[in-house]
Unconditional design. Structure first.
Length: 367
């Protein structure tokens, strides 16, 4: 049983997941989403977010059936050990892979823009040390860190769209409502669904949450807030650069900042942007690694997750360095297989929920 004072509040859940959802999309994946959806990328965002929240809701429905127990402790009683362990291993790898992917994006950004002569392994290792200590500190530390930087993070991302109005072409607004390509919208929706559906790891965390019955309400508000924030960046990007140029920019956000012209202080927003990205991305990576660690710990029937913190972080760093040689290869991996892999692993809780309900119904009928 977890001490009530050590639980994560619903406000902390809202604050962390808000940052969790918009940080990567604004920083690294907006160009990819615009490439797929074009002017209708906003529609892909909304539809994909709804799909991802639905997948998260499935995991929530499974977890809330036993809100005080960890999934790693009881999962094998639902579908049997011979099937449970491979499925959990696949989910753990997906969490670790997601952490490595975000870490690789962060490492490429820092190396390309600020530390061009620094070896990739050095950048990733320094970041990995920070992540390992965050994971070792526990779930409450990660959520409190997100709470501590929440308002700074929101300010840092919302200040940019406020000052790029002069660079936008208002005549392009009509394209947001009449340039629809179903194939592109579907591809963008698929991408966003996979990203938002990653929140299904609450299956492994629900006993840590205070008032678990209101968790989906907090996640719903976080998703809505993140959609609003992403749209405040996506629409100006489309109206300034157009879909074709935006799709070929590795870091559209940095290009958007270049249109800020309101004085010497705010013209150099790079440090603010980097501080927001570093803080929020470290929290996101730490959360992914913590979930993989805690899932492994509970599956093995252990009580303390700390012995796995450094080894799992080291595995994540190794995967980060080996998954691709260059940024274009990383983008290629994103477009060919990664999203499908994530969707498949995010659908695993559906199997558990169906079997659990069928078995419960049979027990009720026999009684």
């Amino acid at each position: 049983m977890i001490n009530q004072s050590g639980r994560v509040t619903q406000l902390q859940i809202y604050m962390l997941f808000t940052q969790y959802l918009f940080t990567t999309m604004i920083g690294f994946l907006m160009g990819t989403l615009i490439e797929k959806g074009g002017y209708a990328a906003w529609l892909s965002l909304i539809a994909g977010a709804a799909g991802g929240v639905f997948l998260t809701y499935i995991s929530y429905r499974l977890a809330i059936r036993r809100p005080t127990r960890f999934f790693g402790h009881y999962g094998h009683t639902i579908i049997g050990k011979w099937l449970h362990y491979p499925l959990v291993a696949l989910m753990i790898f997906s969490f670790l892979f997601s952490a490595a992917f975000v870490m690789r994006e962060l490492q490429d950004f820092i190396s390309d823009v600020y530390l061009s002569n620094t070896p990739a392994w050095a950048v990733a290792s320094v970041f990995g040390i920070c992540v390992a200590y965050a994971v070792r500190s526990g779930i409450t530390t990660i959520f409190r860190a997100a709470q501590g930087i929440f308002f700074l993070s929101i300010f840092g991302v919302l200040i940019v769209p406020l000052f790029v109005g002069e660079g936008m072409n208002p005549d392009m607004l009509i394209a947001l409502t009449n340039h629809f390509k179903l194939k592109g919208i579907w591809s963008g929706t698929y991408l966003v669904t996979a990203l938002y559906g990653q929140m299904n790891f609450i299956l492994f965390l629900l006993p840590y949450f205070a008032k678990p019955g209101t968790t989906m309400r907090s996640i719903g508000w976080a998703a809505a807030t993140s959609i609003f924030i992403i749209l405040t960046h996506m629409i100006p990007t489309l109206l300034i650069f157009g879909p074709h140029l935006s799709a070929n920019l590795f870091f559209p956000e940095l290009e958007l900042i270049s249109y800020v012209r309101i004085g010497s202080f705010l013209e150099n927003l790079d440090p603010i942007l980097i501080s927001v990205w570093l803080s929020s991305l470290f929290i996101k990576i730490s959360l992914f690694v913590f979930v993989s660690v805690i899932a492994l710990t509970h599956t093995f029937g252990l009580q303390d997750h700390k012995p796995f913190s450094f080894s799992m972080t080291a595995a994540m760093i190794t995967l980060c360095l080996l998954m691709a040689r260059t940024a274009p290869e990383l983008s290629e991996a994103l477009n060919h297989g990664e999203m499908t892999f994530l969707i498949i692993t995010e659908c695993i809780p559906i199997v558990y929920l169906l079997v659990d309900r069928i078995r419960f119904r049979k027990l009720t009928d026999s009684a």
